[in-house]
Design a protein. Structure first.
Length: 285
């Protein structure tokens, strides 16, 4: 499955980001979530490499990308500059942008900042920022998102996640998954190795430690003109399905595909269906 990948680095926004790539053609850029890295797209890369130059990044702070030591390096303005520099540095002026979880948050914000650089937007299990902000005003979503508040603490989250050979990491993947066999022992080990790299865990948590400075609660999002597909695993224990309702208010050309019996890890749990929905969306002119 992971044959014929090319492993590279690109300098953007004064840091080096690691990425894997396969295929030739228009650019499809994939942004992973927490606590993952490019590997979470392993079941999409070969499929879309048939028609695109697929690039799956390690976001700053993750795996083999640079890990700035200052907490202030992990804010949305910097993430957006990273992505702009990657697209231009690869020799493109626009791309199909695909994001899951934190990668989805970055993708939403990038789309609003640089809509002219996107051909299409595909978001997996991350609500529109306006809907997420509204959701955080409800008791049920506050409860689901309580881990965000725990992650604000210094050193304790790092200590807990490292406990028992990163047992909480395995619990996050297999515990949340509806189809546990989506994650092999080798997959879990690969994720553990990435998180264990020096500086990675604190960098990853710094995304959350700056969560309330990420522009989530800005008052006016306006209507996005980029054609957008949202794919949503319905059994997401961290993000309620109700956060997807009303997204069409914010996106002129919007489609949503719900996948039942599937968790937050949608593209890893139901890859064939995710790939099918992406293909159908991309085929429409």
């Amino acid at each position: 499955m992971l044959k014929d990948l090319s492993y590279n680095y690109i300098t953007t926004n004064n840091i080096n980001l690691h990425y894997v790539t396969q295929g030739e053609g228009p650019l499809m850029l994939m942004l992973h979530g927490f606590p993952e890295f490019w590997y979470s797209w392993r079941k999409q890369i070969p499929e879309f490499a048939k028609d695109y130059k697929v690039v799956a990044l390690d976001l700053r702070g993750y795996n083999d990308s640079d890990k700035p030591s200052k907490q202030s390096a992990y804010v949305m303005a910097e993430f957006i500059k990273d992505i702009k520099g990657v697209i231009q540095g690869l020799g493109y002026d626009k791309c199909v942008l695909v994001g899951h979880d934190w990668g989805g948050a970055i993708a939403w914000n990038f789309a609003y900042t640089h809509p002219e650089m996107l051909d299409r937007l595909i978001i997996l299990n991350l609500p529109h920022p306006a809907r997420f902000a509204e959701g955080l005003r409800t008791p049920q979503q506050l409860l689901r998102s309580s881990y965000i508040f725990f992650f604000q603490l210094p050193w304790l989250p790092e200590w807990l996640i490292q406990a028992g050979d990163y047992q909480p990491l395995e619990a996050a993947f297999k515990g949340m998954a509806v189809h546990k066999d989506a994650f092999t022992a080798a997959d879990i080990q690969t994720y553990k190795q990435a998180v264990a790299k020096p500086g990675a865990l604190t960098a990853m948590l710094n995304y959350y430690r700056n969560a309330f400075q990420q522009g989530l609660f800005k008052p006016d999002w306006g209507v996005l003109e980029v054609p957008t597909l949202m794919i949503w695993g319905e059994e997401d224990t961290a993000l309620g399905k109700e956060l997807t309702y009303g997204t069409e208010q914010y996106v002129r050309d919007f489609q949503i595909k719900y996948i039942p019996d599937c968790s937050h890890w949608v593209q890893q749990e139901r890859p064939q269906l995710v790939n099918q929905y992406m293909r159908e969306f991309l085929a429409k002119k």
